[in-house]
Design a protein around this ligand. Structure first.
Ligand code: SF4
Length: 383
């Protein structure tokens, strides 16, 4: 699944108290792939209890009822193409006036004809995953040969069809050294948005086949991403809001993380792309799970985010706007009522740390983000 395909244009407000920016609907867990790090632990067949077409319509009605600025709906999975009623649901969303994007798995079903139908149905944004710069890496992570080639083909076709398209890449030990080359692939395809998911150990990602980075590694990657954001490409992260701290450190203090991993990533980047010459396009503010983001699972359970499986309610017996606006956990996240280092941090408003990683690590969604070097240093000092 892919959090922010395209991202709605022109929405820079940070007040998400009344409506999220993005609403992810995990339409199904069925998926022809079985990626090593899959959040959803996707399976080949749909689970019992998936929302029906009529229940999906009611969910979309609830999304529309957020009012003047309803969230953009991201149809995700599993693989949304496994829903036979996908185009019915897209048409329903369009009739409601909702904006939406689709996050399909790259399978045999993602043909040019399917992409064209998605465009005709009104999907303006599309995200595709690329977890390696070469077939051996990407196909091993996706556990299916040929996926790398199909992804590049689909990316080119979607670009030609006019989608706002983004490439998603998981940041983990298995991919980190290829990040500069993946960025190079993106540039060669003339794609403009790169979104990087910093691995959270949930779903299949918790099974031990993939490995998250230590705080120092995350800091190296964040500094590399600052550099990558200086080539005119939109760079965003998921579950790494400390990138916004790194942005400030680089621009306000001229400080960067000078370690071997960062030096290697930066050197590879400049070898491939030349020295960056533009100002960084990184955003200084952004979303957190529950603060601009909301997630509805295949059975209607509502979570703050796809990687934060804390149950807030269910769309079948609750009202989505009420859940989002009133749930105490979300209100705490939005007012930055954190504990530990994140609670004491001077940048908690702009950053806030990954609530999903705090929850996956400690069982407390308001605890510190253990991947942040500031938080881990405070922990080492007994803070
Ligand atoms: S301590 Fe928490 S709020 Fe501060 S920069 Fe790190 S992750 Fe962000």
């Amino acid at each position: 699944m892919s959090p922010h395909p395209g991202g709605p244009p022109g929405h820079h407000s940070r007040d998400y108290s009344q409506a999220p920016l993005l609403l992810f609907w995990e339409m199904t867990r069925a998926c022809p792939l079985s990626c090593m790090h899959c959040r959803a632990s996707a399976i080949s067949d749909p689970l019992p209890g998936e929302l029906s077409t009529a229940e999906g319509h009611r969910l979309l009605d609830q999304v529309a009822s957020f009012g003047e600025h309803p969230p953009t709906v991201i149809f995700t999975g599993g693989d949304p193409l496994r829903r036979r009623d996908l185009f019915d649901l897209l048409a329903y969303a369009r009739d409601l006036g909702l904006r939406f994007g689709v996050s399909p798995a790259v399978s045999q079903g993602l043909t040019r004809d399917t992409l064209s139908r998605l465009a005709d149905a009104g999907a303006s944004a599309l995200s595709l995953s690329l977890d390696g710069s070469r077939p051996e890496t990407h196909d091993a992570i996706r556990r299916q040969d040929g996926t790398f080639a199909r992804t590049l083909q689909a990316a080119g076709e979607a670009r030609d069809l006019g989608f706002r398209e983004q490439i998603n890449t998981t940041v983990m030990a298995e991919t980190v050294r290829e990040l500069p080359e993946i960025f190079h692939v993106l540039r060669q395809l003339d794609l403009r948005t790169w979104e990087l998911f910093f691995l959270i150990k949930v779903g299949r990602g918790a099974e031990g086949d993939t490995h998250d980075l230590p705080p120092a590694g995350c800091e190296s990657v964040a500094n590399f991403l600052y550099d990558a954001s200086r080539y005119g490409i939109t760079v965003r992260t998921v579950e790494a809001p400390f990138l916004r701290r790194v942005l400030r450190m680089r621009e306000e203090r001229g400080e960067y993380w000078d370690d071997p991993l960062y030096r290697t990533l930066r050197s590879d980047l400049t070898t491939l792309e030349g020295a960056p010459s533009l100002p960084s396009g990184l955003a200084r503010v952004g979303t957190l799970d529950g603060d601009g983001i909301l997630f509805v699972a295949n059975d209607g359970t509502v979570y703050p985010g796809g990687l934060l499986p804390y149950t807030l309610g269910n769309v079948q017996d609750g009202d989505l706007p009420s859940i989002y606006r009133s749930h105490e956990l979300l209100r705490q996240i939005r007012r930055r009522a954190f504990t530990g280092a994140c609670g004491a941090c001077s940048l908690r408003e702009a950053c806030g740390g990954s609530r999903a990683r705090a929850y996956a690590t400690t069982g407390d969604a308001l605890a510190s983000d253990p991947a942040c070097v500031w938080a881990s240093a405070a922990f080492a000092e007994g803070g």
